[in-house]
Each structure stands twice: as C-alpha cells, then as structure tokens.
Design a protein around this ligand. Structure first.
Ligand code: MN
Length: 223
C-alpha cells in the first residue's frame, strides 16, 4: 500500500489519512442546490484518501457521467485530532490550509438524492479531489475570510468569500469530532460558494483563495 501525500509549500509531503467534506456550507450554494440555507446542523460525506490529485496534474474525465461539476473549496489539514474537540481549541489541531476542488458527478448525485441512496459514487470517485500546495497555518493570516474564486477556461465561474461560510472552520472541526475521532492527516473540504457548473474535456480549472493559494487542473481527454 502506498502512502498518499499532498505536497506542502515547505517542499515536504503531508501524509493523508482520509478526506471529509462539508455539504452546503454557503447559503447561496445551498439555494442553488434547492436546499434551505438556514443554519441547519452541518452534514458530512467523505472521499477516499487516494482521490487526491496533486501537482497540477490533468484530471481524467471520469466514467459513468455526463455532468462532471466543479466545487472550489478551502481545505483544512489536521496535524492532530481527537473526539469532542471544543471550538476554542479546534484551530490548534490545524496543520495548514490549501485550495481544493470537490469534483462531483452531479447526475449521479441527483439520482442518489432521488432514490435516497448514498453519495459515494457521486463524490468519491478516482481523482475527484484536486488540491494545491498545503500552506502552514502560521502563514495564513485569517482562514475565515478571503476571496475564493474559480475560473474555467479563463472565465469566472465561482466567487465568494470564506466569511460567507455558514459553519466556521472551528465549528466544522467541533461538529465532525462529535461524530468521529479526528486524527493527524485528515483533510476537511469546507464547502463551496455559489456558481457550480459543468466542465468538459480540455477545460482548464484555476482556483484561488486570497491568502491561501491556488489549485489548477485540466480535464483530460480520455483517448
Ligand atoms: Mn463540496
């Protein structure tokens, strides 16, 4: 079994344990998905650790979909964990931050929602988590504010601000730690702002979060 890692801005590799994701953490995106943007308790899903795609590599267009969609997100990497973490201590467990893409087979997700089935095959497919360099927390002035954008082929598709998150980073860590024991190497995708949409083979995706960094991938033609 290979160890899955994500490169950091220090030139080191950060080993990944697992990938946890928050659903609907920005009100406008909750509305565009037909949901209620009120402050309901956060909900979570996961991707396998080996779904990460690093180094700006091309993302193969996945099978079994005709609606591959982008979701630009702040990613939190944990240096340590535990259960029942108090919100006041939550940020002490953070190793650093990165910009990531929660790539989604939206047609499979819609079908799963309709049938009351799990989201795993809509969210946790191969290469479904492109991620940029992990930046140590000490180098990120304020992870709870900053412009977040995604351009596809040079056109602005998604924009928002981390300050619009329904659940802050600390609140998300606390909520997750009441469901599972968090640990070193866990990555948390913190939800996406409005503007999600389809991508096609050949598209270049360029995401950026002010004060954190960038993520970049091109959707490959699978010849
Ligand atoms: Mn997402």
């Amino acid at each position: 079994m290979r160890t899955i890692t994500v490169p950091t801005s220090l030139g080191t590799e950060f080993p990944i344990r697992r990938i946890l994701c928050v659903g609907r953490n920005y009100a406008e995106h909750a509305r565009e998905m037909g949901g209620n943007p009120d402050r309901e308790p956060p909900f979570f899903f996961s991707k396998p650790a080996d779904a990460v795609l690093t180094g700006g590599a091309d993302m193969p267009y996945p099978p079994a979909t005709s609606a591959l969609e982008h979701e630009i997100e702040l990613v939190v990497a944990l240096a340590s964990g535990g259960a029942d973490i108090a919100a006041e201590q939550a940020l002490d467990h953070v190793w650093g931050y990165a910009v990531g893409l929660d790539m989604t087979r939206r047609d499979l997700q819609a079908e799963a929602k309709r049938a009351g089935r799990p989201w795993d095959m809509a969210k946790g497919f191969d290469h479904s988590a492109p991620i940029g360099l992990l930046v140590p927390a000490a180098q990120v002035a304020n992870p709870n504010a900053g412009r977040i954008t995604l351009h596809v082929g040079g056109s602005l598709r998604q924009q928002g601000d981390l300050a619009q998150m329904t659940w802050s980073i600390a609140e998300t860590i606390t909520a997750l730690s009441r469901l599972i024991r968090l640990a070193e190497g866990d990555l948390i995708f913190t939800g996406t702002p409005a503007g999600v949409g389809k991508v096609e083979p050949g598209d270049l995706l360029e995401g950026e979060i002010e004060g954190v960094g960038t993520v970049r991938t091109r959707i490959a033609f699978n010849l």
